[in-house]
Ligand binder design. Sequence first.
Ligand code: AMP
Ligand code: GLY
Length: 421
Amino acid sequence: MRILIVGSGAREHAIARALASESTHHDLVVAPGNAGIASLARVEPVTATDPEAVVELAGRLGAELVVIGPEAPLVAGVADALRERGIPVFGPSRDAAALEGSKAFAKRIMAAAGVPTGRAVDVLTADALDAALDTTGSPYVVKADGLAAGKGVLVTEDRAAARAHALRWLEAGPVLLEEFLRGREVSLFFISDGTIALPLSPAQDFKRLEDGDAGPNTGGMGAYSPLPWLAEAFGSQEAFVDQIRTTVAEPVIARLAAEGIPFQGLLYCGLVVDGASVKVIEFNARFGDPETQVVLPRLASPLSALLRGAAIGSLADVPAPTFVAEAAVGVVMASAGYPGTPELGAAIAGLDAADALDGVHVDHAATAVDGTDIVTTGGRVLTVVGLGLDVEVARTAAYEGIGLIRFPGAHRRSDIAEGIA
Ligand code: AMP
Ligand code: GLY
């Protein structure tokens, strides 16, 4: 199949890697891609958020499937434009992507679908802020309503900081104050064709910048899959996945369909698990990053069948995905300054040595070729992935890889997946 993947991060590298590893050959093009992706697929320039540019590229390539990686093109209506031209696309419409693009919309759909989530108060004006802070109490969870590239959420016990964050984001639109949810975070992905939801394997993402979950929120500093500890409260990981399918994914997909906005793409359920209680913290409308880098290497069945089945509405004919028992651990290497303004242009050493290790591969997030060097072009630069018989073995492999890679200002957490059985 000729497949166009839109995006340029480690998630898109992982998607391309999974498609390239299938026994069936695919003609893969990634736009705009990066230096690492270029080693396994053709890369083409494109403005990913420009619907007409993506339609033009897909038409020129004769793409039989377009896979949209990041959220911004979805919210910009890129999937709608492709669908209008009859090009099969994995990625929801602009209206369905509001599940990620508007926290207020997501809350309304969850309420209508009876999906468990934290209590929340909508704040539309500065005058309403203090009363809302009193209602939810400390720790305060303040969320910008719209897309904010991971910067819209602040969790803090400091009321003045919560107020300041809310006031800043109120300039851009509504703000949500949410009940603080205690527990472990789990990311669970479902592939949907608008009717059916097929689960992938769960992962845990580490959102904070520093070891011990300290420091500011980031896009994600590392992840692992599977989650052996889910068996304690749920009997097995499979039982957990089944519970989320029936209590979260299917009701949300059905509710959206009933409202005339079928969700064709990836429903990312961000969950908080506390004992046997599960609540939804957020939805995303695309694969998670860095979770994808640890989920897809474990996928044993072909990814292309799932993506195309979702795109053309025929998931009923696609067998449920299967996963190997082996574990994957991914550790993000970031630039100096991230998650603030990153320093760019640093030359990266040791990539080939890390990739050559047994059970290690490197997904590039923000890299470009500059002469004979590969240089950094963004905040999160690489996800170094280790695979192994269990989480501990995979973790050791990932950190062996990390140990071989150097660039000025590089930083990463040292406790990703630490102490997981
Ligand atoms: P979100 O963009 O909604 O995923 O929020 C980013 C991160 O903030 C989440 O991954 C959590 O770590 C944290 N967070 C968001 N909402 C809550 C909540 N209600 N309670 C506790 N932590 C939260
Ligand atoms: N890792 C969190 C996200 O993809 O939104």
